[in-house]
Design a protein around this ligand. Structure first.
Ligand SMILES: NC(=O)C1=CN([C@@H]2O[C@H](COP(=O)(O)OP(=O)(O)OC[C@H]3O[C@@H](n4cnc5c(N)ncnc54)[C@H](OP(=O)(O)O)[C@@H]3O)[C@@H](O)[C@H]2O)C=CC1
Ligand SMILES: N[C@@H](CC(=O)OP(=O)(O)O)C(=O)O
Length: 345
C-alpha cells in the first residue's frame, strides 16, 4: 500500500530535506505541503528558498502551499511529517492529531511527554506501543510520534550498543555543524575562525532524551533509563555533521575492543531508510570519524564511531552523524516507515 503523505513546515530547511527524501521514496506519495500563512496560496517554487544542492523535484515545484491548519489539509492523508518551529508545533500538532491525523514530528515540543513515543527505530521500536495510552488519554483518533534532537540521536545508538555492559554515566562534548541552527541561525561573522561554546537548551535535551530513548516500555509506561548523562554543547564552523566526544562509564569492565565489537554487531532494522550496519566502526584510523569524510555514510543515515580508548571506569570514543538527515528529516521518515510497518497508518 502506498502511504499518502504531507509535510507541515515544508518550505524550511528540514522541510526541504523531507521533500528530498520523500519524493523518490517507494512507499510514500507526497500529497500536501504546508507553511506559514505568508506562504500559503503560492506555488512552492515561489516561496521556498531552496538550499539543497539538487533541483526542486518537478512534482513539487508547482504545488500550491497550504495553511498549516487541519481544515486546509485533505482528509485522505495517511501521515503528516512535521518540521515546524517547536513553538508552532506545540500548538498545531495536537490539533492535527485531534482531527485524526498521524504525525511524525521532528520538532522538540512534546518529546519528553510520558505518552508520546520518542523513537529511533533501530533502538526502541517497541516504545510506539505507548500510542495506545496516548489515544486513550487524549481521546485522539490520530497520533503523535517524535524523533530526538540531532545531537542526541548521534550518540544514543552507540550507547544502546554499550548498555549490555551496564551504562552508569555518560559525559559528552559536542562539535555541532552550523546547519543545526538553520540557514540564518548563526551569522558568518560569528562562526568563521571561531567556536561557540553554547547552544541554548541543547545540553538538557541530550541529558533527558537519551534517558527516555534508552528506557524500557512495560506495555503501559516508558520507564526512563537511570544513566547519568552530562553534556556540553559547542558550535563549530562545519556545514553538516555533528561530531561528539563521549566518555561512557559502565558497571562491568569493558575494553576498547569490547566496545568496538558491541557497536559493530548492533542490529539495524528491516526498514527502507535504515542502513546496515547502523554503526560504522573505524578500527585502525584514530582520526576518524570526521564530518566532511563520514557524514554521508549510509546515505546520511549511519552513525560512525572511532578513536576508542580505555578509561578508569569505561571507554572514551568519538561518534558522528549527519544532523539534518539522520538527525532530523531522515529520522522522521524512518519513524514514518516504522508507523507503517507496525500498522498505525
Ligand atoms: N535546521 C536543522 O538542521 C534542524 C532543525 N530542527 C528543528 O526542526 C524544526 C524546523 O527547523 P528548520 O527547518 O530549520 O526551520 P525553518 O525556519 O527553516 O522552517 C520553518 C518552517 O515552518 C513554517 N512556519 C514558521 N512559522 C509558522 C507558523 N506560524 N505557522 C505555520 N508554519 C510556520 C515555515 O514556513 P514559511 O517558510 O512560510 O515561514 C517553514 O516551512 C525546528 O523545530 C528546528 O528546531 C532539528 C534538527 C535540525
Ligand atoms: N539544536 C540543534 C538543532 C535543533 O533544532 O534541535 P531540536 O530538534 O532539538 O530543536 C542544533 O543546533 O544543532
Amino acid at each position: 500500500m502506498t502511504v499518502t503523505a504531507g509535510i507541515l513546515g515544508a518550505t524550511g530547511a528540514v522541510g526541504q530535506r523531507l521533500i528530498q527524501l520523500l519524493e523518490p521514496h517507494p512507499d510514500f506519495e507526497l500529497a500536501a505541503l504546508t507553511a506559514s500563512n505568508a506562504s500559503a496560496g503560492h506555488p512552492y517554487r515561489d516561496v521556498a528558498k531552496w538550499r539543497i544542492d539538487a533541483p526542486i523535484p518537478e512534482s513539487v515545484a508547482e504545488t500550491t502551499v497550504r495553511r498549516t491548519e487541519p481544515d486546509a489539509v485533505p482528509d485522505d492523508i495517511d501521515l503528516l511529517f512535521s518540521s515546524l518551529p517547536s513553538s508552532v508545533g506545540e500548538r498545531v500538532e495536537p490539533a492535527f492529531c485531534e482531527a485524526g491525523y498521524v504525525v511524525s514530528s521532528n520538532s522538540s515540543n512534546h518529546r519528553t511527554a510520558p505518552d508520546v513515543p520518542l523513537t529511533i527505530p533501530e533502538v526502541n521500536p517497541d516504545h510506539l506501543g505507548v500510542l495506545e495510552v496516548q489515544q486513550d488519554e487524549r481521546g485522539w483518533d490520530g497520533a503523535l510520534v517524535k524523533n530526538p534532537n540531532c545531537s542526541t540521536i548521534t550518540m544514543v545508538p552507540t550507547l544502546a550498543a554499550l548498555d549490555s555492559f551496564g551504562l552508569e554515566r555518560v559525559t559528552v562534548s559536542t562539535l555541532q555543524a552550523v546547519s543545526g541552527a538553520g540557514y540564518s541561525g548563526v551569522s558568518s561573522m560569528e562562526i568563521i575562525d571561531n567556536a561557540i561554546p553554547h547552544i541554548g537548551g541543547e545540553e538538557r535535551k541530550m541529558e533527558q532524551e537519551a534517558c527516555k530513548l534508552l528506557g524500557t516500555f512495560d506495555g503501559a509506561e516508558i520507564d526512563w533509563h537511570g544513566v547519568d548523562v552530562a553534556a556540553s554543547c559547542n558550535r563549530i564552523p562545519t556545514l553538516d555533521g555533528h561530531l561528539e566526544n563521549v566518555w561512557a562509564d559502565t558497571r562491568e569492565s569493558i575494553t576498547p575492543a569490547d566496545a568496538r565489537a558491541a557497536m559493530q554487531s548492533y542490529s539495524s532494522i528491516d526498514l527502507y531508510s535504515s542502513p546496515d550496519p547502523l554503526i560504522h566502526v573505524f578500527d585502525d584510523e584514530p582520526d576518524r570519524p570526521q564530518p566532511r569524510l563520514d557524514r554521508l555514510r549510509g546515505d546520511g543515515m549511519a552513525v560512525t564511531a572511532g578513536g576508542f580508548q580505555e578509561t578508569t571506569d569505561g571507554v572514551q570514543y568519538n561518534c558522528l552523524a549527519h544532523n539534518t538527515i539522520r538527525g532530523a528529516a531522515g529520522a522522521s521518515v524512518l519513524n514514518g516507515e516504522l508507523l507503517h510497518k507496525q500498522g498505525w497508518l
